[in-house]
Design a protein. Structure first.
Length: 497
């Protein structure tokens, strides 16, 4: 197999009201693993969708081995040599490894009245492909019997069964252990040695030196630079990913109190959290910084009882508790606004009114029953205080914008009168104006004496919003900084070190 090449020329993608990609010109040669990185909203997903045929560019050109191609669909992209493996696997658990690898292309022979599957040839072809990839899997085993890492390998084998010249992997290690990720890296290096163009999209920047040969950075839909891995220093990556950032601070009068609202001691969760401990002051906005996989979300879920820790305690009002469920922690005044608000934070089919009242039904019901007249003041207060743009509170909450849905999640929990709010990526997927409103809400909570723990991938936001920031790596707290004495580059380097 010869060495392949993938190029883009002035690639542009417009959506109503926004430009996702602007004049992107790139070159990826076979024989190397090319990492594609950038902040959320940088354009990575759009570029991958264009390469895979799922999205058509507004203008520009894609070239494979020097020849311009038009990709009309994912099937068309496969025919032209581009295969993609996404973070969400597309396997059928009840079918065998071989059936998944050759899905839709099972060898057949003519039976008496119809074509039948040639199982001998099916298993032989799957075994041959796995052998070429250096994978040892039972082709007759059902996919559901495999662990996640092996299912990931089946997905890669499925993509490689099309004999592509370009293989795109989107966050392939997001759910893998360190050892499983190392095994995956070995397979990718083997594929690169065969001349395949390997495009590796990741938020786990700590992996770059283990797997990548080059690093390409997108920012705000533009290509800002590509470097060999030796030049991908934390300083260089920070400059390319963030550019020149004007560092802002929280407004005057937003100060943390002196008393302790919550104290965490030795919180551990097998393989994900290791002896985490810290104290949270009343009214403090405490940021949690770290790269994907550092343990940020796991920490919030452990504190909220959504994923009970194996060991450790939480001190609330001088009382030591072991978080075991969200209901238990809600009763103690600790609530979580999750990262995935659409699936975990809201019931999309229900109205805004019901979503705002769901968590506080015990407060607004009478003898187990509730009426609109009891709910109405709760809903009106939430809409007014959080400035929720909702034309009709009786309409499904799914009709609201991302920013207004996030406000509904926060309003739902504020109606329980919490002492501590855990906010996981509170500004993800919302526009600039809604982000500013979210900052104001967090600062207002601080003024009211409600403590907030904020997880965000946007490090510049943590520096602006928080009183103090803890840095996590590998499931442990490895540092603590004050925003007023820390630059964005310094914070990023601490996360990456």
């Amino acid at each position: 197999m010869g060495t392949s090449r993938l190029d883009t020329v002035a690639l542009r993608k417009e959506y109503p009201g926004t430009v996702a990609l602007e004049g992107v010109t790139l070159s990826f040669e076979g024989g190397k693993i090319h990492a594609l990185v950038g902040k959320n909203g940088a354009g990575k997903s759009t570029l991958v969708k264009i390469f895979s045929g799922a999205v058509k560019p507004t203008s520009g050109e894609i070239r494979i081995d020097g020849q311009g191609v038009t990709l009309r669909s994912p099937k068309d992209a496969l025919r032209k040599g581009i295969a993609a493996v996404y973070q969400e696997l597309s396997l059928v658990p009840e079918l065998s490894v071989a059936e998944n690898i050759l899905m839709g292309r099972l060898p057949r022979f003519d039976g008496l009245r119809r074509q039948l599957v040639d199982w001998g040839t099916t298993f032989a072809r799957a075994e041959e492909l796995l052998m070429r990839l250096g994978l040892e899997l039972d082709v007759r085993a059902r996919v559901r019997s495999l662990n996640l890492a092996r299912q990931q390998f089946v997905e890669i084998a499925k993509a490689m069964s099309y004999d592509p010249s370009v293989l795109i992997l989107d966050e392939p290690t997001s759910a893998l252990s360190y050892g499983e990720a190392e095994r995956l890296f070995g397979i990718l290096r083997h594929l690169a040695s065969r001349g395949v163009v390997l495009l590796y999209v990741t938020h786990r920047l700590q992996e770059l030196r283990q797997v990548a040969d080059t690093v390409t950075v997108l920012r705000n839909g533009r290509h800002v630079g590509s470097v060999e891995i030796g030049g991908a220093t934390p300083e260089a990556l920070a400059q390319m990913m963030f550019g020149e950032v004007i560092q802002k601070a929280s407004p005057p009068g937003v100060c943390a109190g002196t008393g302790t609202s919550l104290e965490v001691r030795g919180l551990s969760l097998k393989g994900r959290l290791h002896g985490v401990g810290f104290a949270l002051r009343r009214g403090e906005v405490l940021g949690i910084a770290g790269l994907l996989g550092s343990g940020r979300t796991e920490l919030l879920k452990a504190l909220s009882g959504a994923e009970p820790a194996d060991s450790g305690t939480v001190i609330l009002e001088n009382q030591a508790v072991r978080p075991t469920s969200p209901a238990q922690m809600k009763s103690l005044g600790v609530v979580l606004a999750p990262e995935n608000r659409k699936e975990e934070g809201l019931v999309q089919l229900l109205s805004t009114r019901l979503n705002l009242c769901l968590a506080s039904m015990d407060r607004i019901s009478r003898h187990g029953f509730t009426r609109r007249r009891l709910e109405r003041p709760v809903v009106e207060r939430s809409v007014r205080s959080l400035d929720i743009a909702v034309p009709d509170p009786e309409a499904p909450v799914s009709l609201l914008s991302g920013g207004n849905q996030q406000k509904v999640v926060i309003g739902k929990w504020l109606n329980t009168e919490p002492h501590v709010m855990l906010l996981d990526e509170p500004t993800r997927g919302i526009d600039v104006q809604a982000k500013r409103q979210m900052f104001e809400i967090i600062w207002d909570l601080s003024r009211r004496g409600i403590s907030c723990v904020v997880v965000s991938s946007e490090l510049e936001e943590l520096l602006e919003v928080c009183h103090r920031i803890l840095v996590m790596r590998g499931g442990a707290v490895v540092g603590e900084v004050l925003p007023q004495s820390t630059t964005l580059e310094q914070l990023f380097e601490m996360c990456l070190a």
